[in-house]
Structures are given as structure tokens and as C-alpha cells.
Ligand binder design. Structure first.
Ligand SMILES: NC(=O)c1ccc[n+]([C@@H]2O[C@H](COP(=O)([O-])OP(=O)(O)OC[C@H]3O[C@@H](n4cnc5c(N)ncnc54)[C@H](O)[C@@H]3O)[C@@H](O)[C@H]2O)c1
Length: 354
């Protein structure tokens, strides 16, 4: 059994990554058609064996799809996804789901009203570095975490906001690009309520949109998570740093298979001297606490694996009625609201209560 897929937009990501993944043997989907406004992209779709459409209405009325994947520039995701759901199809959009939370809310409303599935290609939930960090935290490897730092630092403007990515009305900018992956990972890992969002978001090289973003989220328990993406950071900091009450872990690169951990092996807390002055009317006691900690240091075992194609495998399970959807619409909306709070925080110079 293979599920039929129609693409709306057949640019770099869809014609490269999505088509290649769908054609893997362990992914039970089959690409059948593509709609794109660019004749060159349609010619490429035909050359790759798909039926190409220049008209969205014909694409939706003539095709029979189990899933429509929307992979245009970000400004068309909402409109095209809603049209596809209204036409009776399940939809997955590329990330970001849309430009703002009002658009995401409209997509969720359309999904609920039509009874069609709506999800987003948050493929970086299956990045090996993220899976390892998430597992290490859940295993209690460093105790109770109190600070999580997630960073993408690149040099020479790599990750430049070119083409539509540099246009605000197209949903361009780094926070809606890498930022949505990094925040989605943090929010997927930490489900507790958010207290505040504080951010600094600005253009360093771009003219119209942000290409630097730092977002600090404080959760109800006091746990703090920070994401930072910088397109010009010639001295990079590690991809992940996490501190807990029993140790810390770091992961250097995005492709790292294992985390490096330094944690307390033995903790002897001694109250060494107690001076008492009880002869006086005011009783006074002084004590000094002496902390002796011994650490152990090691690399964890490799990442539990994963791979981005696991997202399509989950979708196949959902369509077969056997699995629960992993990238849920409510999570997508929460993430978009954090992004909006981050933009507001940066503009107004305040920490936004969430
Ligand atoms: N998940 C990831 O890791 C990842 C990576 C790269 C890109 N993306 C996302 O994929 C999407 C596409 O990015 P890309 O790099 O492929 O961009 P791209 O510019 O290469 O492709 C966009 C395509 O959409 C077509 N298009 C534009 N407007 C259209 C419309 N109204 N109707 C039909 N087709 C239209 C364009 O002609 C082009 O072929 C974006 O949302 C981007 O954020 C996700």
C-alpha cells in the first residue's frame, strides 16, 4: 500500500528532499503530481515523472491524493493549505506553517471543520543531536535541568536570507526559518507552561528581515531555555549546552552522535564549624558550609537514530489509523505564538508574559 502525494510548489526543498524521501523503499508514499507557478519547475516535475499543473483548481479537482504537501514560499502556505483541505485532502505544509498565529489558527479551524489532517514538516524533531539531548535530559543524566541553550552559529553569512527569504511579506527572516525549528525542538521537549518570552531579533546583513535572533523562554518551574541563531559568528559556540542540578552536557555540532557529560560523582556537603555565642543576650550562630564535589566525565552513547524520513513514516501510520500524529497542530500554534511574542519583545524591549 502506498499513499499518493500531490505537491503545491516544486522548488528546492520539495523536488530535492521530499521527492527523494518519498521514493525511499521504507517510506510508503508515491509522488504523483505537482502544481507550481514557474514553468521551469513544472518542466522539472514532468522530467521526474510527475503530472505538472499550472492551475491550483485543476491540480485539486483532477488529482486524487492521500496527502497534499505545500512547499511554496511561506506567504502562500495558509491559502494553499486551506484550499487543499476544503477540496477534501489531508495537508502537510513545510515549516513555518505560516507567517503568523492568525494564519495557523485559520488552518486549524479549516482542518477541524473539514475533518482533514493538518500537520507541518517539523523534520528537525528527528535530528540526531536533538534526539540525544532530549533523551539524556529525560534519563536524568544531569539531574533536573535549569538552563538549556540551543545555538546555530555560522560564519561568512552562511544562512543568508536570499530571494523570498529576505522579504518580510513573504514570511522571510531567520526566526521563521531556523528559528521555528529550534523553538519547536525546545517546546516539544519542554511541555510545561511558559511564563515569559524575551528576545533580541535584528537584521545584521539583511535589509528587510532579521538574520540574527536570540529568544529566551522562562517556563513556570523557572527552567530557562535560550535559542540563538547567528549567520555571522566566526567563533561558534556549541550546538547545545544544558545545565542541571547534577551536572552539565554539551554537544558540539549538529551532526554529533553523542553528548559530552560532566556530572557529580560524589557530593559531600559538610557543615564544618559552628560558632555559638550563647553568653550574650542575642544568640548568634555562624556556620560555614564546605562543599566537596567529585566529577565524572564521559561521552554518552550515540544518538538513538531517527532520520527525517521518520516523519513520513509517522504520517503513514496516522493515515492507516495505527499511530498518533507526532507534529500536532496545537504544538505548531504554540510555537508560532512564541515567535510572535519574540518579535514583540524585541520591538518593545520588554519580556512578554505568555
Ligand atoms: N524543513 C526544512 O528543513 C526546510 C528546508 C528548506 C526549506 N524549507 C521550507 O520549504 C519551503 C520552500 O522552500 P524552498 O527552499 O524549496 O524554496 P524555493 O524558492 O526553492 O521553492 C519554492 C517554490 O514554490 C513555487 N511557488 C511560489 N509561489 C507559489 C504559488 N503561489 N503557487 C505554487 N507554487 C509557488 C516557486 O515557483 C518555487 O518553485 C519554505 O516554506 C521553506 O521554509 C524547509
Amino acid at each position: 500500500m502506498s499513499y499518493k502525494v500531490g505537491f503545491m510548489g516544486f522548488g528546492g526543498m520539495i523536488s530535492g528532499y521530499h521527492l527523494g524521501t518519498i521514493r525511499r523503499e521504507d517510506v510508503p508514499f508515491e509522488a504523483v503530481a505537482a502544481f507550481d507557478i514557474d514553468p521551469e519547475r513544472r518542466a522539472d516535475a514532468e522530467a521526474k515523472g510527475l503530472i505538472a499543473y499550472d492551475d491550483p483548481d485543476r491540480f485539486l479537482s483532477e488529482g486524487k491524493y492521500d496527502l497534499v504537501v505545500v512547499g511554496t514560499s511561506n506567504n502562500y502556505h495558509c491559502e494553499l493549505a486551506c484550499r487543499a483541505m476544503e477540496a477534501g485532502f489531508n495537508v502537510m505544509t513545510e515549516k513555518p506553517a505560516a507567517r503568523n498565529s492568525a494564519e495557523v489558527a485559520r488552518m486549524i479551524e479549516t482542518s477541524e471543520r473539514t475533518g482533514k489532517l493538518f500537520t507541518v514538516h517539523q523534520n528537525r524533531r528527528w535530528d540526531p543531536d536533538f534526539l540525544k539531548v532530549r533523551q539524556a535530559i529525560a534519563d536524568g543524566c544531569i539531574g533536573k535541568p535549569y538552563m538549556i541553550e540551543s545555538r546555530i552559529h555560522s560564519a561568512n553569512g552562511a544562512g543568508d536570507m536570499y530571494g523570498w527569504r529576505g522579504m518580510k511579506d513573504h514570511g522571510g527572516g531567520m526566526l521563521l526559518d531556523w528559528g521555528v525549528h529550534m523553538l519547536d525542538q525546545i517546546l516539544y521537549m519542554i511541555e510545561e507552561p511558559i511564563r515569559t518570552v524575551y528576545a533580541n531579533v535584528f537584521p545584521l546583513w539583511s535589509e528587510e528581515v532579521d538574520d540574527y535572533a536570540k529568544v529566551v523562554i522562562t517556563f513556570e518551574s523557572g527552567l530557562c531555555a535560550q535559542m540563538e541563531v547567528a549567520t555571522y559568528a566566526p567563533i561558534p559556540l556549541p550546538r547545545w549546552m544544558v545545565w542541571g542540578d547534577r551536572g552539565a552536557l554539551t554537544m558540539q555540532d549538529i551532526g554529533s552522535p553523542a553528548a559530552h557529560v560532566r556530572r557529580i560523582k560524589q557530593d559531600t556537603t559538610a557543615y564544618e564549624k559552628v560558632k555559638a555565642f550563647e553568653d550574650y543576650e542575642v544568640h548568634f550562630r555562624e556556620q560555614s558550609r564546605h562543599r566537596i564535589q567529585e566529577f565524572e566525565e564521559f561521552d554518552t552513547d550515540r544518538s538513538p537514530g531517527g532520520g527525517w524520513h521518520s516523519l513520513y513514516q509517522n504520517l503513514a501510520g496516522v493515515l492507516a489509523g495505527k499511530e498518533e500524529l507526532i507534529v500536532k497542530p496545537a504544538q505548531v500554534l504554540r510555537c508560532m505564538k512564541v515567535i510572535e511574542a519574540a518579535f514583540r519583545s524585541s520591538e518593545e524591549g520588554i519580556a512578554v508574559r505568555f
